[in-house]
Design a protein around this ligand. Sequence first.
Ligand code: CP3
Length: 358
Amino acid sequence: MTSTTAAPALPAEHPLVDGRTASSALVTTYRGQRGDVTPVWFMRQAGRSLPEYRELRVGTQMLDACLDPELSSEITLQPVRRHGVDAGIFFSDIVIPLKLAGVDVDIVPGRGPVLAKPVRTAADVAALPALDPAALAPISAGVARTVAQLGSTPLIGFAGAPFTLAAYLVEGGPSKDHLRARTLMHSDPDAWAGLLDWAATVTGQFLRAQVLAGASAAQLFDSWVGSLSLADYTAHVQRHSAKALLAVADLGVPTVHFGVGSGEVLSAMHDIGADVMGVDWRIPLAEASRRLGGGVPLQGNVDPALLSAPWPVLEKHVLDVLESGKAAPAHVLNLGHGVPPETDPAVLTRIVDLVHSR
Ligand code: CP3
């Protein structure tokens, strides 16, 4: 599903179509062309590591902030201004499409998404509500507002993959091994398929809304995919992830797929139709590239733990990652997972300067 030009299905004023972002370092690298400078951005660059974020969030619940176009836009722009990263990633959350569909979900600070009523049976799955496209208006407005201010810096839209969403829906909150979800997958495969199909539909709608409103790339996060065997992934998950990504396939924006602990399933994840693979910190980029057959642009994979190590240690690690990334046709520097909240933001700026100076 690799494409070299933006499809006519995008509006004429979309930044990939009107020329603002088509030749940006991020977009060209995602399309497989290695430029002079390696582009860099950080997963979870918007958020608690930034004092200006913490200040802006005082008195506003996380999901309310996501649904306020002025706030979501300002929070998205904060790390772009501060660090000079090569992309913004829209400030939102993977559970927003669930919430907009009417699922009772909240984000508990320090914990994560929590559901009032977990989805555990075929009847629970059948009762999941459809997402009215009109409910996505605050997302489209937030993206449009952000893109208007980003100029030639591309905005990345994102969504959660069906398995990661199902892990929250079935467990009712964060969990370590997603045991209940994996039990349901086998004890009631039909209910499981119905659940993942629903999740693929709503998360695809969320992703498509961001791209139509101006996002120049789309990243699908399957954060908890590492708890699956390859056999379970291919039998019970893969086609639903493919369906989620299919929601933007006709729009011609580059797509990125990322999971934590994805070494065993990396190639199967790529097969859903992703252009670029995000890699966590567990395998070197050169090894990821080898597993993918050598032709796939990569994104990653600085170990977030090293953000708090002395600069010379971190600097060497970043240079090693850049070196390893040369095995792939093209490379966007990122972390192997999100920015930890306790990260000193000055360290992130320093990484950007280092990567841009090479
Ligand atoms: O800067 C960015 O990367 C964009 C914003 C973004 C958020 N969530 C904001 C957020 C993105 C891309 C996400 C995706 C997301 N949300 C994922 C996939 C990426 C990943 O990290 O694996 C997942 C699994 C979630 C679910 C979720 N939402 C978790 C685990 C948490 C953290 C809970 C906590 O307090 O530790 C959230 C809340 C959340 N999403 C915060 C932010 C900035 C923290 C909320 C706060 O400020 O209180």
